[in-house]
Structure formats: C-alpha cells, structure tokens
Design a protein around this ligand. Structure first.
Ligand code: GLC
Length: 792
C-alpha cells in the first residue's frame, strides 16, 4: 500500500485511488498486433504491429511522460450550467468527489464522480481484432434530472512516428478524413516507411484508421484547430466549452477524432455506449470490424475472452509462498510484464518514442520469460528470430519487423543468445528433434537449427584475442561499452563467461543428439577459455570487466572509476568459470563494493567524465542509464548467482530490495509504476538516487521471473527432467509451486523444517521416494504430487 494505490486482495488488479500519481502509471492493452499504451487516466497512444510505422494516435515525447497527453479522453458538459470536466480527471483536472482507476491484465478501468455524475470507462483490446474498445457508462447519482453531453476524443498520428513528430507540419498535408455512417475514417496519402524516416518511397499508407461509437453520434470533429480552438490546449477545447461539435472535416490538415453524444439523465438513471478505435486494411474492413462490436453485449463478451486468456495464461505456473509480495510478483505482474516485453520488446515504451526495432539479443532473452507458460509461442518466436542470422554465424543486431531491414553491428554477445535460446527451449521441452528442423538465414540459404547453433558458436570462437579471451568489438551485452574495442583488441570477460556457459550447455545437448565429437570439442574449448579467463581476467578480489584496445583493464581495482562490474562476477558464477573459492570471493566483493539500499549497482563508482576510450556509458550523466545505476536486468543474474552459491537469504534480499512492490513504498522518490520493473534506478552518484526509469520493456521482466521460478522456487528444467533445487530465505517454513512440464502438471509442496536456504533431503513423487533431485518426465497429461523436504 502506498499513498496512491495498492493491489486488489487477489493481486490481479493494481488499484489507484487518486489521479495525481508521480508519473503516468501505464498498462499495455494488446493482442500481439494492436497495442494501446494506456495510463491510469486513459492517457497514451496506440499503434498496430510496429510503433514506428503504423501509428494510430499521437505521442509527444517527453511531454507524454509529464502531461500524459494526448490520450483517450471523455469530456462531459452540463448543458444547464456550462460546467465541464473529464470522466478521466485529466485534461480538465476538476476535483472529483470520487476517483479510482484499476489496471488489470489486458484492461484498464476508471471510475469517477463530479457534481453527482458518475462516469466509468473500461478500455481493452479484444483478443483477435485490431481495435480498442472503450466501454463508457454515465450515471446520475444526484436528485435532479440532468442534461449532458459527452465528447470522446483522440489525436491522430498516422503511419510513420518519426516523420509525423519531426515534420509535423509537412506530414499533416497527406491526411485524408471522412465521416460516413457514424464512422470517422482517416488515412494518409503518404507513407514514409523507411527506417531513417527520410526519402520518398512513393507509397500510400496501406491502412485506414477509424473512430466510431455503437450509438449514433450527435456531432463530430476531425480538425484539431476547430475542436481545440486557437490559443488553447486540451484543458479547455473550444468545442467542449461551447457544448457543440462543429462537424469539422477536411483533408491535408492536423486531425483529431471527436464524437459527441447528448443525453438526459433522470435521478438514478445511467446511459452507456461504446467507443471503438481501430485499424483496417480498407474502408470495408473498417465497417465490418466495427459492426462486430456494435452492441454492449458483444463488447462484454470480448472483455470476458480477454480475462479468460489471462486467467489461463497466469495459472500455468503458480506459487503459494509466505511472502505476499513475492506471490503477487511471480504469479501475476512479473509474469504479465514478461509477456508484454516478449511481444513488444524494446520496440516501444512510454519514455523513449517508437524505435520500431526488434532487438536480436533482447528478443531471445524476452522469449525465456514466456517459455514455461507457452512453449508453442516460444518455438514460433525462436524460429522467427533465428531468420536474422547469417550463414557464418553472425547476426543482425536489430531489425524493423515490417520491412525486415536491420543492422549488423558486430556486438560480440549477439550470436551467443541464439545458443542460449535453443538450449533453454530444448531443456524445457526435451524436443531434441528441434535441432533437425530447418530454418533460413537472413541473406539466403537454409540449414538445420543444429547448424545455426554450431555456426553461432564457431563464429564467436573465431573472434578471440591471442590469449583466448573473446574480443568485445562493437560492445557486448552492455551497449554502453561501445568504444573499448573498436580497434579489434579490447576483450570482454562477460562474453568469455557467456561462451563458457554456452559451450558446456551446447556440449551436453549435442552429445544427447549424437554429435559426440563436437560435444567433446566444445567441452574442451570451454575448459580452455575458463582457464584463460581465470589466468588473465582475475583482479585479486574480483574479475575485471575487460580490457581496452590499448591493453588497459576496466572494471579493475586499478581504475578509480568503474572499478568493479556486476556482470563479470555474476556470470563467472553462472558459467562455472569462478572456481576454488573465487565464486564466493567475487560475489562478496559485489556485496562490499556494489550494494546500495536499492540493490547492487551495475558498476561503481560511476564515470564522472566522458571517456572516449570506453564509450557512451561514460557519457550518460553519472548515476543514470548504464553509468553506475541499479540496472535491474543484471540484478536478476545477481540473484541467480547467489542461489547457485546457496545463499538464499542474500538472494532473497536482493530480490526484495529491487522488487517493484518494495520500491513502490517510496512512490514520490521512485515515481515509477509499483507493479512492473523499471529498466534502471538512479545510482548513488545521481542526486535522484532511487528514482526509477523506463518501466515495462526491460530484460528484467523475463530474467527475474525465470530466476524466481528456477532458482528461488527451484523448479528447473534440465535435459533429462525437472530438477528440484530450491534456494529460499531460511524463514520460509514451507511453500508450494505448480508448473506444467512436458505435458504433465507438477504440484510441488516444499517443507523447510530445519530452516535451511538450500539442500534437498528427500523427494516423493506421487507418494514414492525417488533417488536424487531429478524428476523424470511423465508426459502423461496428468497431475503429479511432489513432496520435498529440505534440510542439511
Ligand atoms: C538495454 C538494451 C539491451 C542491453 C542493455 C544493456 O536494455 O535493450 O539490449 O543489453 O540495455 O546495455
């Protein structure tokens, strides 16, 4: 509970009690194709398939963050007094006598009262159609009859986001608009579908967007200037002030969508209507789409379908633990965020406009957060991503999903995420035959997945320094280290550790798939690289992060800034590179040098001055973005590493400190949504230490969820079966976890009578004690009861 809101008792909604939250708190309403970013007051914008090229409504960064406008607003005007307000609260911001908003899974609903008039709106996107629905109810709670008008409004921005934003005055010249049969239809005669937003591809936008209502409108407006009036803003549109739409229309102008509805309400009476905003390939499709949703019942049915989808999705893995925050996070919101991030990756966020880009490394990792809950989708996604690899094993770094045009940057970590994705998919499903499926390369040719994997590994193996450490090249996972290795000499400890992990895991899989020789070779190479890493990259108390082109180390005790980096330590443990006590030593160094009250920092101290020999990481202001912040994605790896070391209290402490629920307890400092992870939190070198930035689309979502399932709750897929290996806080007496695995459901009850962090004493499966901690897959579609007793 914080002063702005709290979770509902079942945790499935976040209820916001007042509209003036420190920042707009967002929800993603989306069915994989149509996406509406919707704040708690209905602010935000919508796009279809790509945020860069198929925009529907307008976003003005960074004002969208501070002002939360434009959006999906419903104004009400009292025709006796002339007073007007919003059901949403903003943009008019009149003081409501009642106000509440709820973000749920796939919908956002808000309810307010002003001058005895209650308004409710539920926004959602149906599962299969490309539109959003606003279900609006207006009720007279007073004792006198009322004569009211409503104005439902949006601001269009059609097609190319960057073009519309940067060249707004030019872009509007192409707008076409008409109002026919109660439908406002809009399109653009020009579609700048080039990644750079320049040039003239000589195309029309291949979509129509529409705005309509299930009941006839009593007026409409399409022209921005006519609706708002000059010298005014959304707080006081002239049309609302006057109480009458102007039915304005016209091509080549800046456009809005406004629908007016007039109604009289007796005391206690309520009226309801639907507003539909969507996109279609042509006018006919737009009309037929809106007819599918022209009754309240049809909308309610579609909303029930959305809720059913989410109920089903979240129920596939479930835990019952003695910490409500953990349960809400794992069971519901972290899982939901991972789904959203997997679909929209870094393509769009409320904070950084539409990049329209699918990132190679991000997509592989984001897929992992969905994998146990939807293996079919994960497979489809993997096959899609894999098509962006080249036959030599190198890959695109990112691409635009519409044009499939992308860039190859030479990031040294890129090829390896493919290896991890395939390995994790096979461990989850046991589907070794996947290795023999065919997949194309980006620039032609087709080979088996096995070959794709081998090429990725061999490519990485070919890009090593003379002393057998991978070159960092354009950068590694950390994009900000973009000038340490441009001359082809700088090395990356993190990539060395990645490579060791990938080689060992691939070796096990290839051996199971009958490629003994290759498997042995990879295991041998892994051992050699691990040895080289221990020989050259160990700094005494921790691993250095890498070396620069000039041979100097970074992330070393020799450096006054950027002394110790989290990733070089966590991955040393995860990969098994750290041995002979170095694993404990380096993670203790993390605790000593990187811990903050909001979790371990990515590295410290922050770089105080730009350093051209390191790169953009040093150009970010100290304590922001990747320069010495608590970057949550690698925090998940810290939790994982601590679990591998068996330090359950420490792992849990890190989870807890960085949890959005914990951080939400300081809402005016943290500011970000208390129900999803932020990409980063300002570090100690920022005066805004503790402030959360860039929520929703972050690799944290997938990794934190995966680590909670596999490492804390300890239910982890391995090639041969389901490993039970919890690492929990010692105060947990017992807990339960349910998950599906290879066509069976496991209901696992864990008892911790001796209050240990880790250690399995005994496992019973369906009443029979098994040897060891691995459950052999049943694959029988049945439910299996597992009882686990922890102890020394
Ligand atoms: C952002 C990028 C991700 C990168 C990380 C660290 O989250 O999307 O690809 O690994 O920053 O630089």
């Amino acid at each position: 509970m914080n002063k702005y809101g709290d979770f509902s008792p079942d945790g499935k909604e976040y209820i916001i009690h007042r509209p003036d939250t420190p920042r707009p708190w967002i929800n993603y309403l989306s069915n994989e194709k149509y996406c509406a970013l919707c704040s708690h007051t209905g602010g935000g914008y919508s796009f279809y398939e790509t945020s860069g090229f198929n925009r529907i409504t307008r976003e003005y960064p960074p004002f969208v963050l501070y002002r939360d406008r434009p959006g999906r607003f419903v104004y009400l005007r009292d025709m006796e007094t002339g007073d007007f307000w919003n059901v949403n609260w903003q943009p008019v911001c009149k003081p409501n006598t009642k106000w509440e908003s709820r973000h749920g899974l796939g919908y956002t609903t808000l309810c307010s009262e002003y001058d005895s008039i209650e308004g409710r709106i539920t926004y959602f996107v149906p599962r299969s159609d490309h539109l959003e629905i606003w279900m609006v109810t207006i009720k007279n709670n007073g004792e006198t009859p009322r004569r009211l008008r409503s104005f439902s409004c949006i601001e269009w921005s059609l097609g190319n986001y960057a073009f519309n934003l940067i060249e707004a005055a030019f872009a509007q010249l192409f707008n076409e608009v008409s109002f026919e049969n109660n439908v406002l239809l809009v399109t653009s005669r020009f579609w700048n579908v080039s990644a750079t937003g320049t040039g003239n591809p000589n195309l029309r936008w291949d979509k129509y967007a529409f705005f309509t209502s299930d009941i006839p409108a009593d007026g409409f407006d399409a022209l921005f200037e006519e609706f708002l009036g000059t010298y005014r803003g959304w707080e006081r549109p002239i049309v609302v002030e006057n109480g009458q739409c102007r039915n304005s229309c016209g091509n080549g102008r800046d456009i809005v969508g406004v629908l007016q509805h007039n109604f009289d309400l007796q005391p206690g009476e309520e009226k309801r209507f639907l507003v539909l905003l969507g996109v279609a390939n042509n006018k006919e499709e737009a009309h037929s789409l809106r007819h599918r949703y022209d009754t309240w019942d049809a909308a309610e049915y579609a909303l029930r379908e959305v809720k059913k989808y989410w109920e089903d999705y979240i129920s596939r893995t479930w835990c019952d633990v003695p910490d409500r925050d953990f349960a809400i996070s794992f069971n519901i919101w972290n899982k939901y965020q991972a789904w959203v991030t997997s679909r929209w990756s870094r393509m769009d966020s409320y904070y950084i406009g539409g990049a329209s880009i699918i990132g190679w490394r991000d997509s592989w990792q984001d897929m992992l957060g969905v994998l146990p809950n939807d293996v079919e989708w994960a497979k489809k996604r993997s096959l899609y991503i894999i098509e962006h690899q080249f036959p030599d094993g190198s890959t695109l770094h990112n691409w635009d999903p519409l044009t499939n045009i992308g860039v190859k940057t030479g990031h040294s970590d890129d090829p390896l995420w493919l290896v991890m994705g395939i390995i994790e998919y096979i461990k989850e499903t046991g589907d070794l035959a996947f290795l023999d499926e065919l997949a194309p390369y980006y620039d032609g040719g087709t080979e088996t997945i096995r070959q794709h994997l081998i090429h990725a590994l061999d490519y990485s193996l070919s890009r090593m320094s003379p002393r057998r450490i991978p070159l960092i090249e354009a950068a590694d996972w950390n994009d900000g280290l973009d000038h340490v290795g441009r001359q082809g000499r700088g090395e990356s400890t993190m990539v060395a550790e990645h490579l060791v992990w990938m080689l060992n895991e691939a070796s096990a899989i290839l051996s199971a798939a009958g490629m003994q020789e290759k498997a042995e070779k990879y295991a041998q190479l892994a051992a050699e690289i691990a040895q080289a890493t221990n020989e050259h990259m160990w700094d005494g108390e921790w691993y250095i992060r890498g070396t620069r082109d000039d041979g100097q180390p970074f992330g070393s005790s020799k450096n006054p800034e950027g002394k110790i980096f989290l990733n070089a330590q966590t991955w040393a443990v995860i990969s098994g590179v750290a041995r002979d006590g170095r694993d404990i030593t380096c993670m203790n160094a993390v605790q000593k040098h990187l811990d903050t009250e909001y979790g371990p920092a990515l590295f410290l101290p922050a770089y105080s001055e730009p350093n051209p020999k390191i790169g953009i990481i040093t150009r970010f202001a100290p304590g922001t973005k990747e320069n010495g912040t608590i970057f949550n994605h690698p925090v998940a790896w810290a939790v994982m590493a601590e679990c591998i070391l068996g330090r359950g209290d420490r792992a849990y402490d890190i989870w807890k400190r960085t949890s959005f629920i914990t951080r939400g307890l300081q809402p005016d400092l943290y500011k970000a949504e208390p129900y999803v992870y932020a990409e980063y939190v300002h570090g100690p070198d920022s005066v805004n230490f503790g402030l959360g930035e860039f929520t929703w689309v972050t690799g944290t979502a997938a990794w934190m969820w995966k680590v909670c399932l596999e490492r804390i709750l300890g239910v982890r897929p391995e090639l041969e079966g389901l490993r039970i290996d919890p690492c929990i806080p010692s105060w947990w007496d017992k807990y339960a976890v349910r998950r599906t695995f290879r066509n069976a459901t496991y209901e696992i009850e864990v008892e911790n009578p001796e209050h240990v962090n880790r250690g399995v004493k005994q496992i019973e499966v369906d009443g029979k004690v098994i040897d060891g901690t691995l459950i052999t897959p049943h694959r029988d579609g049945a439910i299996h009861k597992v009882r686990v007793i922890l102890g020394q």
